[in-house]
Design a protein around this ligand. Structure first.
Ligand code: UD1
Length: 374
C-alpha cells in the first residue's frame, strides 16, 4: 500500500504532549499514513525538550531543524528557512501543526506557500489580546490552515465568526488530555513529593513565564509581593521557567526573591513530575495555557494570573478562574480556596483521551481511503 507522509511539527515544551497523542494514534492502526516527526529545536535542552521525548515514549524526530533561541523574528525566520528545505526534500502530503508557539505559525506559513495543505490542532482559541505572541501565532495559523481541529465549542464559534466554512472544522476534544490520561498512572509513581518532603494537599504549585507577567518590572514586582503573602499561608512549589529567572535577575529583584523562604524553587520538572505535582496540589497558580486544562481534568482549583484566557471552557465548565496580575485579586482568590470556597467543575465534552484517534480518523477519510485496521 502507498502511504502518505504526514509531517507532524513540534518545537516547544507544550507541543511535545500534543504530538505524542498524534504519533501514537497514527501508528496504532494501519492508516495509509506515515508520521514524519519534525522538531524545530525552538526548545532544545534536556530539561525543556529531551526528557519529554523519553518520558512520552516519542520516537526520535525524523528531522531536527535545530533553530534554538532568538528574537521572535530570528527564530521564526530560521524555522521557515529550514522547514522549507525539509518540505522540498520530503514532500509530505499534509503538515500537521499543534498549539500556538512560533514553530506552529512558521511551519504553517512555509507549508502553505509551497501548496502543502495545513491542519491545525487546537485551532480557534482566542484570547483577543494581541500583546500575547501566541495570539498572533494562533490568528495567522488559522487564517491559512485548511483543516481545523478544535478542543471546545467557543473555538468553533470563533472560527465560524472569522469566516471558516463549517465543513472544515472538526470538534475532536483535546490531544493534550489524551496524553495526560495515558500518562497519569505512571506519573503517580513519581517520587517527587517524597524528594521535596511535601504532602498531598499541603502546597500550592506555581508556574510563571508569560512575557506579560515577567517582562515588565512593575508587574513582576507586584507578583513577588503577592507570593510573599501567599507563602506565609501555604508552601509554594515553583518549577522556574528559564525566562522567569533571567528576568528576576535582569530587574534586580533577586534580593526580594531570595527572601521568600517558603517557596520551593525547582529547575523545570519533567512531565510525569509535573502531573504528579499538579494532581497532589491544594491548588495551582499559573499563567500557562495547558496547565489551565490539566487542572480542570484533574479537578484541582486553578488561579490564572492573566487578564484573559483563550481556553474559556476551563472557566465555564472547569476549575479555573481568571484573576489577572493584581496582587490583591490573587491573594483574595487564594483566601477563597483556603476557606474551602471554590467551584468543583467537571471535565469538558470530548476531553476523554480519544482526540488523537478522532483526528487520525478524519485525516484518513481526507487523505487515504483505507479503513482502520485493514
Ligand atoms: C515558548 C512559547 C510559549 C510556551 C512556552 C513553554 C512562543 C511564542 N512561546 O515561550 O507559548 O508557553 O514556550 O515553555 O513560541 N530556553 C532554555 N532552554 C530551552 C529553550 C529556551 O533555556 O530549551 C530559554 C532561553 O534563554 C530562551 C528562553 O528560555 O531565550 C525563552 O524561550 P522561548 O522559546 O523564546 O520562549 P518561551 O518563553 O519558552
Amino acid at each position: 500500500m502507498i502511504t502518505k507522509k504526514i509531517a507532524i511539527v513540534c518545537g516547544a515544551r507544550p507541543n511535545f504532549m500534543k504530538v505524542a497523542s498524534l504519533v501514537t494514534s497514527m501508528k496504532a492502526c494501519v492508516t495509509g499514513m506515515t508520521p514524519l516527526l519534525v522538531h524545530t529545536g525552538q526548545h532544545y535542552d534536556q530539561r525543556m525538550s529531551g526528557r519529554f521525548f523519553e518520558e512520552l515514549g516519542l520516537p526520535q524526530p525524523d528531522v531536527h531543524l535545530e533553530v534554538g533561541s532568538g528574537t521572535h523574528a530570528v527564530q521564526t525566520a530560521n524555522i521557515m528557512v529550514r522547514f522549507e528545505e525539509m518540505l522540498l526534500k520530503q514532500k509530505p502530503a499534509l503538515v500537521l501543526v499543534v498549539g500556538d508557539v512560533n514553530s506552529t505559525m512558521a511551519c504553517a506559513i512555509t507549508a502553505k506557500k509551497l501548496s502543502v495543505p495545513v491542519a491545525h490542532v487546537e485551532a480557534g482559541l482566542r484570547s483577543y489580546d494581541d500583546e500575547m505572541p501566541e495570539e498572533i501565532n494562533r490568528k495567522v495559523t488559522d487564517a491559512i490552515s485548511d483543516y481545523f481541529f478544535v478542543t471546545e465549542q467557543e473555538a468553533q464559534d470563533n472560527l465560524l465568526r472569522e469566516g471558516v466554512p463549517s465543513h472544515k472544522i472538526y470538534f475532536v476534544g483535546n490531544v493534550m488530555i489524551d496524553t495526560l490520561l495515558r500518562n497519569f498512572p505512571q506519573a503517580q509513581t513519581s517520587d517527587i513529593l517524597e524528594r521535596l518532603h511535601i504532602q498531598k494537599g499541603q502546597y500550592c504549585l506555581m508556574t510563571l513565564h508569560r512575557p506579560s507577567n515577567v517582562d515588565h518590572a512593575m508587574v513582576l514586582k507586584g507578583l513577588l509581593k503577592a507570593f510573599a503573602h501567599i507563602q506565609n499561608r501555604i508552601k509554594i512549589v515553583f518549577p522556574v521557567h528559564p525566562r522567569t529567572i533571567k528576568m528576576i535577575d535582569q530587574f534586580g529583584l533577586a534580593p526580594q526573591w531570595e527572601q521568600l523562604k517558603n517557596i520551593h524553587q525547582l529547575e523545570p520538572v519533567s512531565y510525569h513530575e509535573m502531573i504528579r505535582l499538579t494532581a497532589a496540589a491544594k491548588f495551582v497558580l499559573t499563567d500557562s495555557g495547558g496547565v489551565q486544562e490539566e487542572t480542570t481534568v484533574l479537578g484541582i482549583p486553578c488561579i490564572t494570573m492573566r487578564g484573559n484566557t483563550e481556553r474559556p471552557v476551563t472557566v465555564t465548565v472547569g476549575t479555573n478562574e481568571i484573576v489577572g496580575s493584581d496582587p490583591t485579586r490573587i491573594i483574595h482568590a487564594v483566601d477563597q480556596i483556603l476557606a474551602g470556597q471554590w467551584k468543583k467543575g467537571r471535565i469538558p465534552d470530548l476531553w476523554d483521551g480519544k482526540s488523537g484517534e478522532r483526528i487520525v480518523d478524519v485525516l484518513k477519510h481526507l487523505f487515504v481511503s483505507v479503513p482502520c485496521g485493514v
